[in-house]
Design a protein around this ligand. Structure first.
Ligand SMILES: Cc1cc2nc3c(=O)[nH]c(=O)nc-3n(C[C@H](O)[C@H](O)[C@H](O)COP(=O)(O)O)c2cc1C
Length: 258
């Protein structure tokens, strides 16, 4: 909580700088960012999301294991098979978060962004942030978001955290207001497909789960407040057959809600 508080205070400062340097903002939802003109592609505001019910775009952030022993892999595959039967025209775009070419967000990106928002842009800053902006554009182009992720050390695998560090950007995906941060990527449902060796719904275990509560908080910050969850729990102890049944049951329930 303290960390989020610090982050919110810092973003309040950045958002004020964004507001001051708003010279060209055209996109309604992204108005207060000085480097909005660098945005490309299809950016959907809340009003545009799910306008064309027949050709929705589903973005799948996949950080499952790569083979057929991955429980979150089985979970997402089962989900999308069922989903496709109901909505054959919807497009599913997958980003494999293990892709080694995905941006590694680092201090040079932070420095470029800080210079741009404070009006002290240097040569190369805009280019340095292009990959971040592309990732955010892709996020905005989705009508629905699915994240599949195993639990690693009570939290999320680092590749998912890295993605989050790229796309959680003040002025672009959330904005500071007098009433606190306001998410900008609104109107989209989020489905979490997670898995853990233990069962974190059990008394005495709940407080150790820093994965799902974290994902809910951080994605709510940028606007995803409608969250569904398929939880494949206790994979280190439960029988495979039972886990598969659990997946089929959760999928058939969630696919109708999503
Ligand atoms: C690096 C690593 C860390 C893990 N940490 C935890 C953990 O903290 N708690 C837990 O219950 N399971 C943990 N696990 C087990 C996985 O969460 C579990 O096997 C899960 O079902 C894996 O999903 P997957 O098959 O989709 O990769 C860990 C596994 C790995 C590889």
């Amino acid at each position: 909580m303290q960390l989020l508080y610090k982050m919110a205070s810092r973003s309040a400062w950045i958002a004020r700088r964004f507001a001051k340097s708003n010279l060209h903002g055209k996109q309604k939802v992204l108005r207060s960012c000085s480097y909005v003109p660098a945005f490309r592609g299809e950016v959907k505001s809340q009003g545009d999301v799910r306008k064309n019910e027949h050709a929705l775009q589903i973005l799948h952030l996949n950080c499952s294991g790569s083979d057929d022993r991955s429980w979150t892999g089985i979970g997402s595959e089962t989900f999308f098979k069922s989903y496709k039967k109901i909505y054959p025209h919807h497009k599913i775009k997958e980003i494999n978060l293990w892709d080694k070419d995905l941006l590694k967000y680092n201090l040079s990106h932070v420095a470029s962004k800080m210079r741009m928002v404070s009006g002290e842009e240097q040569a190369g800053d805009k280019e340095n942030l292009t990959a971040v902006e592309d990732m955010i554009t892709t996020l905005y182009s989705a009508d629905k978001l699915v994240i599949s992720s195993p639990m690693w050390n009570y939290g999320v695998p680092y590749v998912l955290k890295q993605y989050i560090d790229c796309i959680v950007q003040p002025g672009l995906t959330f904005q500071e207001t007098q009433n606190g941060p306001r998410g900008l990527v609104t109107g989209r449902p989020l489905l979490l497909i997670t898995s853990s060796g233990g069962d974190y719904t059990k008394p005495g275990m709940v407080h150790l789960d820093f994965q799902v509560p974290y994902l809910k908080v951080i994605f709510a910050l940028i606007g995803f407040t409608n969250v569904r969850h398929i939880y494949i729990k206790n994979t280190s102890h439960d029988k495979r057959e039972h886990l598969l049944q659990l997946i089929y049951k959760s999928v058939s329930h969630e696919v109708k809600q999503f």
